[in-house]
Design a protein around this ligand. Structure first.
Ligand code: PGA
Length: 256
């Protein structure tokens, strides 16, 4: 049995008004709100954090955000700080998602600042790493993942490292319906754990959860989640409907 509790996180991206998000959150809470075998996180857009947070209150479903700015306050029009998220009781934040790396040109150095600021403010980062199709085809997957992982985690102490969640998301599998094979995913997950062990020690590396993300669906989840180093999923498309999201949570709960 894995020493790590599985974690299923829903990344709702730029979907759902606050009112729509409340409906989805209510459906999830009524189906799996008492589930304790699996950790569950939902990451609605900023505009729905407060309303969804109220629905989740008292349940085992935790609240996460999709991004954060590293500065505590100031003249950063359009940005949101760690303190603002904590004030809404968000416990997690997705950092370095490939969509932010691609469309908003986020660098490993900037991502690293966000990780450090989040940890300082008791917000648990879900740090995303992953290669593009071109990078995989040219054989540089592991090098890319290593650069993103070590760049993102620079300066993180051993003690705080166990609060971090890693999400391996091959960019070519996100929203495309193409899922990494279990061998491809497990290979990178095992590599990430080796790097974590090198950087933070073996004991910490055994506690850090590494999620897979990229077209994870109820059909392919059981096989992926059964891999030794796959500790859960970061789910986009299939998290937008309670039924498929709940099926994924149940799939995670039934992996021994
Ligand atoms: P997907 O997205 O499940 O729709 O592929 C995953 C993600 O981007 O986190």
């Amino acid at each position: 049995m894995s020493p790590r509790k599985k974690l299923i996180a829903g990344n709702w991206k730029m979907n759902k008004t606050s009112a729509d998000a409340v409906v989805l959150a209510q459906e999830i809470v009524s189906a799996v709100g008492k589930q304790t075998d699996v950790d569950i996180v939902v990451c609605p857009p900023y505009t729905a954090l407060e309303s969804v947070g109220k629905v989740l209150d008292g349940s085992n479903v935790k609240l996460g955000a999709q991004n954060v700015h590293p500065e505590p306050s100031g003249a950063y029009t359009g940005e949101i700080s760690v303190g603002m998220l904590r004030a809404l009781f968000a416990g997690f934040v997705i950092i370095g998602h490939s969509e932010r790396r691609t469309y908003f040109k986020e660098s490993d150095a900037f991502i690293n600042q966000k990780v450090l600021a989040s940890l300082k403010g008791q917000l648990r980062p879900i740090l995303c790493v992953g290669e593009t199709l071109g990078e995989r085809e040219s054989g540089s997957t592991l090098r890319v993942v290593q650069t993103q992982l070590e760049g993102g985690l620079e300066g993180v102490s051993r003690d705080l490292a166990t609060s971090v969640v890693i999400a391996y998301e091959p960019v070519w599998a996100i929203g495309t319906g193409k899922v990494a094979t279990t061998e491809q995913a497990q290979e990178v997950h095992a590599f990430i754990r080796t790097l974590l062990s090198k950087n933070f020690g073996e004991a910490a590396s055994q506690k850090i959860r590494i999620l897979y993300g990229g077209s994870m669906k109820p059909q392919n989840a059981p096989e992926l989640l059964a891999q030794k180093d796959i500790d859960g999923g970061l789910i986009g498309g299939a998290s937008l409907e309670a039924r498929s999201f709940v099926e994924l949570i149940n799939a995670a709960a039934s992996v021994k």
